[in-house]
Design a protein around this ligand. Structure first.
Ligand code: FCA
Length: 348
């Protein structure tokens, strides 16, 4: 396993200005970076790489694409961005990529259990494949370690969330006995489970009792899914006076923060720490602090740019990438987010 350092600063435009290119290939895949003149067919032998994401509307994935576009410009390949929100779209997109002359693709799959089907299709189509963010699950529910993968060190990042929540609880003088933990879970996704398990482990170590750690499963991994999960929990646990909130990513925590606000738990009585650092910028920019204390900022550049670079070298020079690469996160809060996001090339 290889660990990456945090990425070097790069110049970039605002997140908000990112164009959403969610196009099925048949409906016109966005060719974001083509060194050939507009309308011209790619030169014979030109490199074309697909980048498929499961939730194209989320800032995290838009940012991955943005860094992928940067790689396409720097290295001179054609990037095909595809929003693949379900298994059928993924399989159709692979066919279309092959028909369109691509040599490989990078994918954050909408369903990790279709990993074997993706591998089989890629093999038939002679396309190279790198899984990003969400690792494929194969036989016996085990991760498919034979598929090249770049993802986060999920357990460690989850543990850092737990440590941050525990430290904030202490700073405010809250006693573990008065405090409950709202763990917004999405156990069907391994990287999500590892994150929330990591946070839970550290909160237990900090003195929170098992009886006060409540798991609230999301039906969908987005803000409405988390809002509903937290609302159900709050309806049941009316005796809890203060809450700590963790989840798979920023959206999971934001949904719970909104649900808490609706029931009178503002920043004086709840604390949330997210993961991604890219989907909470508007929240941190709010003039008045909310319960969303901060987030573990991940390296969108490694996930977007570096996966493309790996794929490009694999296609061009036959150099296969590392089998398993894990990236780290750094805590951003209202105090430092502007500076850190600028350093990481996410904001100007
Ligand atoms: C998963 C999550 C994303 C992001 C990524 C690294 O795919 O759904 O929000 O955290 O891992």
């Amino acid at each position: 396993m290889r660990f990456l350092r945090f990425p070097v600063p790069v110049v970039s435009t605002l997140l908000a200005s990112l164009a959403l290119a969610i196009a099925a290939l048949s409906g016109g895949c966005s060719k974001s970076s083509d060194p050939a003149p507009a309308g011209a067919a790619p030169k014979a032998g030109a490199i074309k790489i697909g980048f498929l994401v499961k939730q194209p509307e989320e800032p995290w994935f838009q940012l991955e694409w943005k860094f992928a576009e940067q790689a396409a410009r720097d290295l001179g390949f054609t990037l095909v961005k595809i929003g693949a929100t379900d298994g059928e779209k993924v399989l159709a997109a692979i066919d279309n990529l092959a028909a369109g002359g691509a040599q490989g693709f990078i994918i954050c799959t909408p369903d990790t259990l279709i990993g074997p089907a993706i591998v089989a299709k890629a093999r038939t189509a002679k396309l190279k494949l790198i899984a990003v963010d969400d690792q494929f699950i194969g036989a016996g529910k085990q991760p498919m370690k034979d598929v090249h993968y770049l993802g986060i060190s999920a357990a460690k990042i989850g543990e850092a969330v737990g440590d941050t929540l525990a430290a904030e609880m202490k700073k405010r003088g809250w006693k573990p006995a008065d405090t409950g933990v709202c763990v917004i879970t999405f156990d069907e996704l391994a990287t999500a489970r590892e994150r929330t398990d990591g946070a839970t482990r550290r909160l237990l170590a900090a003195g929170l009792s098992k009886e006060r750690i409540f798991r609230a499963p999301m039906r969908t991994a987005d803000i409405p899914g988390s809002f509903d999960a937290a609302t159900t929990l709050l309806t049941q646990k009316t005796e809890i006076k203060r809450w700590l909130i963790c989840g798979l990513n920023d959206s999971a925590v934001l949904g719970a923060v909104r649900a808490m606000e609706g029931r009178g738990f503002g920043p004086d009585r709840s604390i949330g720490v997210g993961i991604n650092g890219t989907d909470c910028i508007v929240e941190l920019e709010k003039a008045k602090p909310t319960a969303f204390h901060g987030s573990m900022l991940l390296s969108a550049k490694a996930h977007g740019y570096q996966t493309c670079e790996m794929m490009y070298k694999w296609i061009k020079d036959g150099v296969a990438p590392a089998q398993d690469t894990r990236t780290v996160g750094v805590l951003i809060t209202r105090d430092n987010f502007r500076q850190v996001l600028q350093e990481q090339g996410i904001r100007e």
